[in-house]
Design a protein around this ligand. Structure first.
Ligand code: UD1
Length: 420
């Protein structure tokens, strides 16, 4: 299994190009199931989860072509299987996103239940409740969600989600585009990736009002058509590199970024002492001091994202002062704490709250993480730790970061992939 070897060294300087957002690319690829035409997607990051989605769609009969750089053509004219099997779903929970579009277009779908994951139980009850409200008959059998729409069509309805769920909003939004009548989705997630999906669906002929607000009204149409769409830049990848510079110091410009989707993270970096400048599609960070500790509380967008919590924990670990980090979205998302402590951090956690006492120095160690963002946190900690850090179990990182070692090396980091 691949590892990353990192030698802690000086400031980072230069430019990094940000990739398309994984969390937008996955639902956008699934939207290809909604039409018999071709969906042309640009700026798709070539990540393990994207490859898994490709396999999942191909297994259902979707034709998927890619240049293996950043473009995909997805054609759903020959779908001949409405089942998403366990062996793919278990490796990627986002597979549940095929449920809504498949059910809406073909009147039936079977998707393996994703089960628990490292960062919590992550149920999909809201996805299922919403589809049932739209008339679906759903049973859970042999570990699969088996859904049918009586008469082959979902029916427009009012769905109020019990909590803000990104995947739930995306699944129900896709389903509603082909339902009979009008669907009102309430308590929607307003994450930029949800907005990106909604904008692509509109280009495909969907009738959606209220995009980017908590209430979306969708008037179902008989058919959707193909379109061309460029995936929104990855705000979490961008935020991760900004945290890296906040720790190492230096000046880095991120290109192809979307600063307007990152207000909460940019504000926290300024509070930590960074000088941030931004234009439409670029962000620069200039860090000349030891970071100052900042309190963090994760909440749905536009608040501080749970996917940046681990990386800010790394910043706080070496910051001047003490901070509190509260995780309100997932119940088990602190697995990076023991690993950071092995590198010399001083962090204690009780329930969903961590108290971080900043230390002057971390020291390199062999560490591993059990989820994607925790892995990223350990990599950026390695950039400032004294000596050598080896980050194991890289497959988590490869699910969400495109060429992370190349991008960081290009701005001066000493980091290399060791292929076993
Ligand atoms: C998405 C992102 C993930 C991010 C998360 C929160 C993708 C592929 N992944 O995950 O990176 O960390 O949003 O921003 O986009 N919940 C339920 N019942 C449901 C659905 C969710 O109880 O039916 C709970 C979850 O357990 C969690 C919270 O709601 O506690 C938010 O989850 P959700 O927004 O659905 O996360 P994902 O869409 O899985």
């Amino acid at each position: 299994m691949d590892k990353l070897r990192i030698i802690g060294n000086g400031p980072l300087n230069g430019e990094i190009k940000i990739s398309g957002a994984k969390n937008a690319a996955l639902p956008l690829m699934c939207a290809g199931l909604l039409t018999a035409d071709t969906l042309y997607l640009r700026n798709v990051p070539m990540l393990a989860d994207v490859k898994t989605t490709q396999k999942l769609l191909q297994g259902m009969g979707v034709r998927v072509f890619t240049d293996n750089i950043s473009e995909f053509e997805i054609n759903g004219s020959a779908v001949n299987n409405t089942c998403a099997p366990y062996d793919l779903v278990k490796t990627m929970r986002a597979s549940i996103l095929v449920l809504g579009p498949t059910l809406a277009r073909f009147g039936e779908a079977q998707v393996s239940l994703p089960g628990g994951c490292a960062i919590g139980s992550r149920p999909v009850d809201q996805h299922l409740k919403g589809l049932e409200t739209m008339g679906a008959e759903i049973v859970i059998e042999h570990g699969y969600v088996k859904a049918k729409a009586p008469g082959g069509k979902l029916k427009g309805a009012r769905v109020v989600m019990d909590m803000v769920t990104v995947g739930g909003t995306e699944n129900l939004l896709m389903a509603a585009t082909l339902a009979e009548g009008t669907t009102i989705l309430d308590n929607c997630a307003v994450e930029p990736e949800v907005v990106d999906l909604a904008e692509c669906l509109v280009k495909m002929g969907a009738k959606i009002q209220g995009i980017g607000t908590a209430t979306m009204v969708v008037e179902g149409v008989d058919k959707l058509h193909g379109c061309e769409h460029s995936v929104v830049p990855d705000r979490i990848e961008a935020g991760t590199f900004l945290c890296a510079v906040a720790m190492t110091g230096g000046k880095v410009v991120l290109r192809h970024a979307a600063p307007k989707t990152m207000d909460a993270v940019l504000d926290k970096l300024v509070e930590a002492g960074a000088v941030i400048e931004a234009g439409d599609d670029w962000i620069s960070i200039d860090m000349r001091q030891r970071p100052k500790a900042v309190n963090i509380r994760t909440v749905p967008h536009p608040g501080f994202p749970t996917d940046m919590q681990a990386q800010f924990m790394a910043v706080n670990a070496v910051a001047e002062g003490s901070s509190r980090v509260v995780e309100t979205i997932f119940e088990n998302r602190f697995m990076h704490i023991p690993e950071l402590n092995r590198m010399g951090a001083d962090i204690s956690a009780e329930g969903n709250t961590a108290v971080v006492n900043g230390v002057a120095r971390l020291s390199g160690a062999t560490v591993m993480a059990t989820d994607l963002r925790a892995s990223a946190c350990l990599v950026i900690a390695g950039l400032v730790a004294e000596g050598e850090t080896t980050v194991e179990r890289l497959y988590h990182l490869d699910r969400g970061y495109e060429h992370i070692e190349r991008k960081l090396s290009a701005v001066g980091a000493k980091i290399e992939r060791i292929t076993a």
